[in-house]
Design a protein around this ligand. Structure first.
Ligand code: ADE
Length: 243
């Protein structure tokens, strides 16, 4: 899978994504990440890519032509036009389901805005998905793109060590993850839950499922409605609520 990022700060993205699991995935060529500097497509001798907003108001707006030329430099070599994700607080809030959907694509283009955003006509012309990472405002789209690329890339086969790693984690089935422990077995007088040392796999599975349900009930009750729960899960939830 190839990620293209249209940005004014390519180093910010390239360096952040070169560590750890995604760094290795790039070395092994399972994923490719290419940043395109929008400024390289400025026709202005000072490399200007922004201008005052029509109608007045604070800040600057990123101009459409350099973004469009940067975009064309990518798609002119690709048969099927890739989806273009514009990072914006006005977008649809990103979630795990969207991560799964995007991870099926062969190529994705990310557009990172700065200042007061980009000229609306570029959104109308090339953007297929306007995406936000939450109800807060960042100084630019780069950090949002990094988060989203990380979450998509780890779903691509071969990126994580074990295929199963992401099948048993938060949000995959709309439940939060159970707590994890490792050595030492006692830390600051707090022992690891005894069941985990029992070697009884079925009981451990049960306990973990109940911990997931409990956490989700307490922290994110909204997720329970979407979760794929068995009769046994519901019976357990009922018994907890009654106790
Ligand atoms: N750019 C600025 N704020 C953002 C947000 N919350 N999500 C995505 N892109 C952004």
């Amino acid at each position: 899978m190839k990620f293209y990022i249209l940005t004014l700060f390519p180093e910010m993205i390239q360096s952040t994504l070169s560590y750890s699991i995604l760094g290795k995935a790039q070395e092994k060529n399972i994923i490719q990440i290419e940043c395109i500097n929008i400024r390289d497509f400025s026709k202005n001798k000072h490399g200007q890519v922004d201008d005052y907003p029509y109608g007045g108001g604070p800040g600057m707006v990123m101009q459409a032509p350099p973004i469009f030329d940067a975009y064309n430099s990518i798609v002119s070599n690709i048969q099927k036009k890739p989806r273009v994700l514009y990072m914006s607080p006005q977008g649809k809030t990103f979630n795990q389901e969207m991560a799964f959907s995007f991870s099926k694509e062969k190529e994705l283009i990310f557009l990172c805005g700065h200042y007061e955003g980009v000229d609306e006509r570029i959104i109308d012309t090339i953007v297929t998905d306007e995406v936000s990472i939450g109800d807060f405002v960042l100084t630019g789209g780069e950090l949002a793109a990094i988060c989203i690329i990380d979450s998509i890339a780890r779903l691509i086969p071969g990126v994580l060590g074990k295929e199963a790693s992401f099948q048993q984690e938060s949000f995959t089935d709309s439940l939060l993850e159970y707590p994890q422990y490792t050595r030492p077995s006692i830390f600051l007088d707090q022992p690891v839950p005894e069941i985990l040392l029992s070697g009884h796999h079925e009981k451990i599975e049960n306990w973990r499922r109940q911990q997931s349900l409990l956490r989700t009930m307490k922290r994110r009750p909204d997720l329970l409605e979407k979760a794929n729960l068995s009769k046994q899960d519901w019976d357990w939830i009922k018994s907890i609520k009654e106790s």
